[in-house]
Design a protein around this ligand. Sequence first.
Ligand code: NAD
Length: 296
Amino acid sequence: MTKIAFIGLGIMGGPMSGHLVAAEHDVTGFDVSADAVARLVAAGGTGASSVAEAAEGADVVITMLPNHPHVEDVVLGASGVLEVAKPGTLLIDMSTIRPETSLEVAKAGKDKGIRVLDAPVSGGEAGAKQAALSIMVGGDEEDFAAAKPLLGVVGKTIVHVGPHGAGQVVKAANQLVVGGIYGLVGEAIVLMEASGVDAKIGLDVLAGGLAANRILDLKRESMVARQFKPGFRIDLHHKDMGIALAAAREADVSLPLTGMVAQLVSAARAMGYGSLDHSALLKVTEALSGRSQNEE
Ligand code: NAD
């Protein structure tokens, strides 16, 4: 049994912390949303009223927060994780954030004797609920080895991809591929519908051929039905496209398709779809063709 502090109990952190409780770990959770804390308590965990209360005395601190300012606040801020955690504590940041912040957190942790890993995930809400996430981990080998049994409680594919920040670079690569596929599935739907073809039947065929992919498997029905309840919000994907483009600039490479997908995701936000699932990228493609529809 490991004493775990879990900070950020939202769409992903909620089910993930629940799995750790079910695996009989001692989990104390904190979230700025009291409802989210109440859900962890109902699942058998302990609720805390601050980051400090959760992290004090923990062997492992896991963060699952929206973006880098939240991680900076929770980890580096006053009464944050680095101020209260005991030396030797393992801090696993599972949020998707820019690699620079992961490097900064790792350095600040080292100065305090706190071991840090960046461990962003892929697999979405379904992956979190089914404990089937893919987890890409950056940091030191021995810290990865220490974290692996716990990560195995929430994920299926757990890979050490390199030093601090490397997990975030791999996640950025993941997000540009996911965004691109959503964009193209949306274009396929618009083309088929505008040509008088039943898009549901058409996508069923695509899902059995070379164009098969997980997004077609999991989302084709909800996209054709115009159901866009998140899931993964457009706002978060917008953040991730920004991370991917900044990483490309840092690495001195040109990613033209990523740039285009980033603009489509920006358009989705500008059209007011930031809180919808990222499959709502379809709505931008519809609008470009003058074929807007209402979602369910
Ligand atoms: P979410 O908004 O549902 O959850 C984030 C939680 O953090 C919220 O409950 C919020 O109240 C809490 N929070 C914010 N600031 C806080 C603070 N200062 N202290 C304590 N709690 C705070 O988001 P999510 O969908 O769970 O995503 C979390 C991270 O995981 C993001 O970085 C996202 O990009 C990434 N991610 C999400 C998915 C997905 O499908 N939802 C998939 C893979 C990765």
